[in-house]
Design a protein around this ligand. Sequence first.
Ligand code: ASP
Ligand code: MG
Length: 418
Amino acid sequence: MALIVQKYGGTSVGSAERIRNVARRVAKWRAAGHDLVVVPSAMAGETNRLIGLAKEIQPQPDPRELDVVAATGEQVTIGLLSMALLELGLKAKSYSGWQVKISTDSAFTKARITTIEDTAIRRDLAAGTVVVVAGFQGVDQAGNITTLGRGGSDTSAVALAAALKASECQIFTDVDGVYTTDPRIVPEARRLRTVTFEEMLEMAGAGSKVLQIRSVEFAGKYRVPTRVLSSLTDPMMPVAEEAQAGTLITFEEDPIMAMEKAVISGVAFNRDEAKITVHDVPDRPGIAYAILGPIADASIDVDVIVQNVGHDGMTDMTFTVHRNDYAKAMKILKTQVQPHIKCRDISGDERIAKVSIVGMGMRSHAGIAAQMFRTLAEEGINIQMISTSEIKITVVIEEKYTELAVRVLHKAFELEQA
Ligand code: ASP
Ligand code: MG
């Protein structure tokens, strides 16, 4: 008998019938003797609809009020799911974020969880009740409703699992695990049976949308065994089988698995970025700060950064930002930065994509970068920027080559082979 936290994504609770299926699945785990905390997202499309409504009223919605609106999607599903469980004869009870309570900071629309009160949940679990907690939402110190950023119910679930020291956090979604790449682009993409937490973190950062990156950070920090699996399978699939399904995020690489595993675990990509170059800036101390400081002050995240070797006392600096922040970043550079640093020009390109290969095996294998660059060269794909970590190599390329690059890299690193 163990405590399990299960999260169900928007598709999984997208209709009354699907909610009933979730209830059946939960009841099955309960019947196997486990304690269950269940965290649903809002019904598919609902959060988009709510944000759209807010924008009809106020084009730039007030962040506090936007969270009041956006958090309602999950309030609907916790109630409906609890009812479905009650209908099956189980004891069930729903909690909003503030009822639990899940405390966060006050960064509306992207709040971070600070603490979770577990008293009420533990009391209910001890009484044999299935506890249904709203994902995506919390409450700040002043009592304001907050939300955790898009995809945030993954983080709610992993954080609850950490706080309750659950034996596993199961993320049920509309895919049956983490794949070597997006199967819509590469039909031969394979489901990974395990992936290390470090790889998952890099994949999430590189554009894989399976888990919200903060949930992976939580899983890593508190060592929460987390499994991604499908909610679209037969809900009555035997528990023993389901316990082995999907992709398990691990903390140490199993040495035997590691030997069998390919050097690269996955190819991730991201088309949501834009590139900005500041040309011919004086090559002196403080210049990177002069350029990127004002960007950071505007809460714009900067990703790949490249500064060239200086020539004649001058250098170029190029970096990427999220495409949504592109116009804002350009404006800051032109109005706040250019007048002070006297650069020759500022140029930008929104038609870029980031393609990354990720794998623990990179640490012990030489020549992976060269193989990646050769593969892209053979297709005539120009690499505009390169950045690396210990287990990831990222290139920035022209957006129109994204799918081609992903396909050829997947093949070059033999990811289709089990
Ligand atoms: N409902 C929220 C969203 O659509 C949170 C989530 O689904 O994880 O972003
Ligand atoms: Mg999601």
